[in-house]
Unconditional design. Sequence first.
Lengths: 317, 276
Amino acid sequence: MNMQPKKGEMIATREGYGNAIAELGEKNKNIVVLDADLAKSTRSYNFGKKFPKRFWYMGISEADTICTAAGLALSGKIAFASSFAVFITNRAYDQIRMSVCYSNANVKIIGSHGGIITGADGPSAQGILDISTMRTMPLMRVFVPADFYEAKKATFAMAQSEGPAYMRTTREGIPVLFDDSLEFKIGKGMVLVDGSDAAIIACGELVSQALLAAKSLKKEKISAAVINMASVKPIDRELIAKFAKKTNFFVTAEDAVINGGLGSAVCEVLAETSPARVKRIGLDNTFAESGKPADLLKKYKMDADAIVQAVKYGLKN
Amino acid sequence: MAENKKGLIEKLKKTANELRKDILRMTTEAGSGHPTTSFSAIDIMACLYFHEMKFDPKKPDWPERDRFLMSKGHGVPAQYACLAHAGYFPKTELNSLRQINSRLQGHPDRVKTPGIEVSSGSLGQGLSVGNGMALAARLDKKNYRVYVMLGDGEMQEGQIWEAAMSAANFKLDNVCAILDKNGIQNDEWVEKEKTIEPLSDKWKSFGWRVIEIDGHNFGQILKALAKARAVKGKPTIIIAKTVKGKGVSFIENRPDMHGVAVKKEDMEQALKELGE
């Protein structure tokens, strides 16, 4: 299965991972995949059905899954381990700390069902802490792709570059923004729209919301840049500093808690280089709830309209 | 043949005694560490490192090597003593234990120390890591074995039982867990704090071959390791009844000595008991 969705189609980023890992399995015999009973959901089963000898159902045991992946990685394998974002990063947090990062094992962690757009299953399944907890972990790199193709290319990049890494994907379809010619560069942000009044730095599904916001602001003669920051760690310090010369107002947008993730990372860079004001969009000291993705983004003030309001407020005050 | 075995046991006993002295010196020099935890495991480790396992100290990454994982990471002075004795690094380096800029961290550090297979010290993780290494051996058609040293307090970690299920499920007969059952955890006697019994029945019911031995009887240790090697189709656990602090009378079987180094003024007496 090699999907080639067109721009504007609604495709979940987990499909990007599923396509990439099945393709990688052909090219690289060193790749192994483990899943903690959500292989069909995370799409790791795309690999499993093609390469059953290099794929293990680990059962509902995230801690065991991560450490077994570490053992494989420490024996020369490139080990991908997956489950829902909320389980694989948070249930196995200490295993990631000790057996993966402190051991510097070549483990790639994939968390699907990231963000509140996971929707109907409610807060127990919505990954909102993965970005922040993984970002603060020494040696861990964190990628939050904005569409199908970025997830696919980020998966290739993870396999190629040695060391621990985490990628979050979505359960829900989000707009395809790129095509197969996209290059994913670890540590590089991508300017999707240039602008000088304000800069919106987003990751994941909120990149398409940011693009809608910029379009709507343009109608009101407000020039807002949109930067896709899929590489949350390492983050593109130069690009942020460059925009701080153009504008002194930033909005960050991530479908996650506002502490410790992309918003915090941008604030840290700005505080250390050229201080600017920042409004962080995301969950502010709250869990979300069950509901339709669009309704949730609206209610928790993470949609395009909320980004527009944030930019306007920031420019006025 | 019997004479050879007797000679081997005498040699290993002597080695274990030397290792105990090293453990004692390095932890007392550091002023902290876990000598009693190391003493309960060291006879088994002497048999592993100096008889059972194949490895090359000049090539710590040799792909064919047998793996030893100190899942009960606080017992790492025992492993440092073995590694130094085997030639992974100079014995003089043992005195740098727990000091700044040392390669010998308070608990195992895979990146810093040659011969350490995975970082540990947060209990419960080693068996899962070992399973991963065993799966890799199967994929790569290598015949190395994986030895994982567990503590009895560590049995209280849930992940141990996740890993126990996995190893049996994957029929990992190249995994050999060793349970250093010294009966004492940080705060209390294990059986007073949170019972882990019936331990043998638990492991059997999880699909493991269980071998019970006296962990200070070299004949039994060597026999158990050989037996484990011959088991096919399932993983083996050697449940070794041990004495925490074994070898120095005044630190034996004392819950209050967990994580406490022998005082400098008591060293002479301790070394005397070990035959110096």
